[in-house]
Design a protein around this ligand. Structure first.
Ligand SMILES: *[C@@H]1O[C@H](CO)[C@@H](O)[C@H](O)[C@H]1NC(C)=O
Ligand SMILES: *[C@@H]1O[C@H](CO)[C@@H](O)[C@H](O)[C@H]1NC(C)=O
Ligand SMILES: *[C@@H]1O[C@H](CO)[C@@H](O)[C@H](O)[C@H]1NC(C)=O
Length: 251
């Protein structure tokens, strides 16, 4: 918005505003955008030469007013919960096993993760996750927001819900930068999970989009990792260990 404005805001700000006209520039804490309010006593504006006395032309000032009014309406139309912005901070490589010490294995044909007991030789089929952590705009002590990618691929875990059941998917993300910053009202939220710690290196992973749904493994071996509700007879806790190369990403 600032860039579209033809008037230099700081310059305008420093000018003595004409009587009846006032300018407030605030930073919206949730969207990180500047919100400009023009406070006008309307009768002062009508036919008054005073507006012309600033360096900005009437036309610029009018554009400026219209933009600020449009901006305000947008804010109000969104209702009580303005969109939040999740920003990626770090990325860690993690070893993940379920509460039965089973590893996750990628089944290419069905594009599913399965929970399996791996014997010595099969260890190299074990999936490691790249866990990206996000700054939550309203942080909570018990949960970190994360995105989960499969190391060495461009596949990320995502949660969808079409009917009553939420489902877990592996989605190819061509441009990893599309996950840098995610708005809570965008469909990219399907890639985000709340990592809630329940013990040392023990966590549950709840969908940010569908908050009752947990990533879980079946009681039986070699079954797909799926989403489930808290009441389901499935395993919902995972042992997540950062690997030694867990230095924060450069940049
Ligand atoms: C706006 O005006 C201020 C004060 O005159 C000046 O320091 C600043 O560089 C200007 N900014 C732009 C983007 O023109
Ligand atoms: C996984 O994370 C590591 C460490 O941050 C990074 O170097 C690597 O590029 C990531 N790989 C993928 C496929 O995202
Ligand atoms: C937790 O994970 C770290 C590595 O991230 C490991 O060094 C430590 O031993 C683990 N602790 C337990 C109790 O599993």
């Amino acid at each position: 918005m600032e860039s579209e404005m033809k008037c230099n805001m700081s310059e305008m700000w420093s000018l003595k505003m004409p009587k009846g006209l006032d300018l407030e520039i605030t930073h919206h804490p949730l969207t990180m955008r500047s919100v400009v309010n023009l406070v006008i006593a309307m009768e002062r504006l009508k036919g008054s030469g005073s507006v012309r006395s600033t360096k900005c032309t009437d036309e610029n000032l009018l554009n400026f007013m219209m933009e600020s009014i449009v901006e305000e309406q947008t804010v109000f139309e969104r209702g009580s919960a303005p969109p939040l912005q999740f920003r990626r901070t770090d990325e860690y490589q993690c070893s993940v096993t379920d509460s039965k010490k089973r590893s996750l294995v990628l089944v290419q044909n069905s594009m599913e993760l399965h929970a399996m007991m791996l014997q010595g030789g099969a260890e190299n089929s074990k999936v490691y996750l790249n866990m990206s952590t996000y700054i939550h705009p309203a942080p909570s002590a018990e949960a970190r927001t994360v995105a989960l990618g499969i190391r060495g691929t461009n596949l990320y875990l995502s949660c969808h819900k079409d009917g009553p059941e939420a489902t877990l998917h592996l989605e190819a993300v061509e441009d990893k930068n599309s996950l840098l910053s995610i708005r809570s009202d965008s469909d990219m939220v399907r890639f985000l999970f709340y990592k809630q710690d329940t013990g040392v290196n023990i966590s549950t992973l709840v969908s940010v989009a569908f908050r009752d749904w947990y990533i879980s493994t079946a009681v039986d071996n070699n079954k797909p990792v799926e989403m489930c509700l808290e009441t389901a007879q499935r395993h919902r806790t995972f042992n997540i260990q950062h690997q030694s190369s867990n230095l924060p990403r450069a940049s």
